[in-house]
Design a protein around this ligand. Structure first.
Ligand SMILES: [Zn+2]
Length: 182
């Protein structure tokens, strides 16, 4: 796996090489990449709420249409489904825990604790997302650096491969927090 820096002006012209495995790409898959400057993490020491506020306002997202091969187009983000299952599981465990808490206090508490654990995990996944394994390493004003892409894809981008402009791939949307945009 490799990292690649893509200029936002080039984002519509990505090489037709699967970003996951390096095979010839047959389709485009829209994916949104999010990134926060690393210093924001320090605000966790100021408390959860200030941290969440800073995470929200410094968050940058870029939506790219990544070239993918036939086998990788089906591999969608397990994110939303996983998160919903997580929340349902946590709710079920919570109810079971409450019922068990009367006759078997220890067991009930254990189940309740695992409900909280599942809830936290689902919350983390909801926030950070899990997906194709490709994540944003950095999002700047003019470029996005992705890590976890295939070597072939990275090499093609770096050598300045240009696809002839045929059909629009959907392009790119850059949404930056209003307050921190310079
Ligand atoms: Zn592939």
């Amino acid at each position: 796996m490799a990292s690649v820096k893509i200029r936002l002006t080039d984002a519509r012209n990505l090489p037709p090489i699967c970003s996951s495995c390096g095979q010839p790409a047959t389709a485009g898959k829209k994916d949104t990449y999010a990134w926060n400057p690393s210093w924001v993490t320090l605000f966790i020491f100021a408390g959860l709420l200030p941290w969440a506020v800073f995470m929200y306002f410094t968050r940058r997202t870029v939506t790219l249409t990544m070239p993918v091969c036939a086998s990788h187009i089906r591999q969608g983000r397990p994110g939303p489904k996983f998160v919903i299952c997580g929340f349902i599981l946590a709710a079920v465990l919570g109810v079971i825990g409450c019922f068990l808490d009367e006759p078997y206090k220890d067991l009930g508490d254990t189940v309740l604790m695992s409900a909280v654990g599942v809830l936290l995990l689902a919350g983390l996944v909801a926030f950070f997302g899990i997906g194709s394994g490709i994540t944003a390493e950095e999002i700047g004003d003019e470029s996005i650096t992705l890590k976890g892409v295939s070597e072939e894809f990275a090499a093609a981008v770096n050598t300045g491969y240009r696809t002839p402009r045929v059909a629009s791939t959907g392009g790119i949307e850059l949404a930056t927090a209003k307050f921190f945009r310079t």
